[in-house]
Design a protein around this ligand. Structure first.
Ligand code: FAD
Length: 475
């Protein structure tokens, strides 16, 4: 492609963190012709044997248009190789508390889908792509120190410790920190700059569960519940979700405030809790697994990270992905947004004719308002997923929103539901999507109040007529 290899004297770029975002960033810089080295503290996940893999837990992610566009931006063929493994989910499937009723709520105006994929599997696909692209990769390397960020004329020195407890140093022109929510790069950048940084734990834990494939030979499908929906068991204070895997299984996650899980004192109580709140899921997951998960699985915590600026003033280092903006997972955008970071960064680099320093320096102002917008939206969406999806007024308003979207769109005015703008429109920045939504919400409010007012007037006229006739008849 024309983006490939355009640097006459390649600069060296170190990427710390070989998670989803670090891998995509490494591929993007390598494709542009930079000399890239990627480090991760974990062992190489592509070398894990099938036996030890069985003991590893993973979660399923929803990949949507922003993530897909970024993958395609870096390499169309790679995107195609990865996307053949996804399972489209065209809507939410809401499971009621009796375990007998399911209701589909479509995501898109015209049948658009978000897509389920296993996080570990996606990470391995990207690492295999890095190996194909001949990127230098060092696993079992834990970053411990960064120096040289405060001086223009100095290279950056990175210090690592490997799994043999050996100390290793290496020098680079540029550094990308993609080392997740607890980023060491972020910590190491702070002495050389005035970085605003906050982290906030959300009062919420998550526990991973597994719905096995349907092995009944008489069954019509290997999936016990519909594969093309994101299943939700909303119970206001807590909820269960499940996303399908290609083999017929589902990866399921139980979210609750810490007080809920901590009030359950034994695995037997956990089983009773599940059986009464999620009776249909309880049958699919099974008592044995629930007991084992309660006793053995770690409970994940959720954290929001807010950083500004993302680069040091000399433009030598930059934070992307969860290292810059860890968010709660309720809009399914953490990875999608991290992938979008890579695309935005690369487009800025193109605009700046491969001047990395200027690009890093400009990136914070280009990206900040959109990252703030999606972090807030992700937090607000927990209430939507766990409670609002069963509220009649919410459903009526959503119907109206989608009807306007379907029939008005493009004819009179542009009308797009917020979910569509966030998940299916990669060309509308997050902050702009929220501004459009605010304008539309004001119109919806007027329609709602107008309708309620009209119903009120109609009822009042009806009542007045009734009483008038009654009075006339009886006097
Ligand atoms: P990470 O995946 O955390 O990778 C960081 C890497 O850095 C790791 O490999 C780590 O080993 C390495 N590292 C850390 N410290 C060091 C060090 N000192 N030295 C060397 N290496 C180091 N997002 C979506 O888009 N859609 C979803 O549906 C979705 N669902 C989610 C559900 C749950 C329950 C959770 C918790 C998250 C979900 N997310 C989702 C968010 C998504 O998983 C993250 O945003 C994404 O994985 C972040 O990728 P990353 O590469 O920035 O960070």
């Amino acid at each position: 492609s024309e983006r490939r290899g355009s640097i006459p004297q390649p600069k060296t770029v170190a990427i710390v963190g070989g998670g989803l975002v670090g891998c995509l960033a490494a591929l993007a810089f390598q494709t542009k012709g930079y000399n890239v080295t990627l480090y991760d503290l974990r062992p190489d996940p592509t070398l894990i044997t099938d036996r030890s893999r069985k003991n590893l837990r993973s979660i399923n992610l929803a990949v949507s248009n922003r993530g897909i566009r970024a993958l395609q931006y870096v390499d169309e063929d790679m995107a195609q190789r990865i996307l053949q493994h996804i399972i489209p989910m065209k809507g939410r499937m809401i499971h009621d508390k009796t375990g007998t009723k399911q209701e589909s709520q479509l995501y898109g105006l015209f049948g658009e889908s978000i897509n389920s994929i296993d996080r570990s599997f996606l990470n391995e696909c990207l690492i295999k792509e890095l190996k194909e692209a001949k990127v230098n990769i060092h696993f079992n390397h834990k970053l411990t120190k960064v120096s040289g960020l405060g001086r223009q004329d100095e290279l950056i020195t990175l210090s690592f410790v490997n799994d043999n407890h050996e100390f290793i140093t290496a020098k680079f022109d540029y550094l990308i920190g993609a080392d997740g929510a607890h980023s060491q790069v972020r910590y190491q950048m702070q002495p050389s700059m005035r970085m605003n940084f906050s982290q906030k734990y959300i009062d919420m834990q998550y526990l991973e569960l597994y719905i096995p494939p349907n092995e009944d030979p008489e069954a019509q499908s290997k999936f016990s519940i519909d594969a093309n929906h994101l299943h939700i068991w909303p119970r206001h204070n807590f909820m269960l979700i499940a996303l399908a895997n290609k083999d017929g299984s589902f990866t399921s996650t139980f979210f609750s405030p810490w007080s809920v899980i901590e009030s359950i004192k034994s695995s037997d109580e956990f089983v009773t809790f599940f059986a009464s709140n999620f009776p249909d899921a309880f049958k699919l997951i099974g008592e044995e697994q629930l007991k084992s998960v309660f006793e053995n699985n770690p409970r994940g915590s959720l954290m929001q990270v807010d950083v500004y600026p993302y680069s040091d003033p000399l433009g030598k280092s930059l934070l992307i992905g969860d290292a810059a903006h860890s968010m709660v997972p309720f809009y399914g955008q953490g990875m999608n947004c991290g992938f979008e970071d890579v695309r935005v960064l690369m487009e800025l680099l193109e605009k700046n004719e491969n001047n990395v320093t200027t690009t890093f320096q400009q990136y914070s102002d280009v990206r900040k308002k959109d990252l703030d917008a999606i972090c807030k939206l992700a937090l607000d969406n927990y209430y939507e997923m766990s409670s609002k999806v069963t509220n009649v007024w919410y459903l009526l308003r959503k119907k109206l929103d989608y009807t306007l979207g379907r029939y008005l769109n493009g004819r009179l005015i542009q009308w797009l539901p917020l979910y569509t703008m966030i998940s299916f429109r990669d060309d509308i920045p997050y902050a702009k999507a929220i501004a459009i939504e605010k304008r539309q919400a004001r119109i919806l409010n007027r329609i709602e109040y107008g309708t309620i007012g009209a119903i009120g007037i109609f009822a009042a006229v009806k009542a007045a007529t009734y009483w008038h006739n009654y009075y006339a008849r009886n006097h």
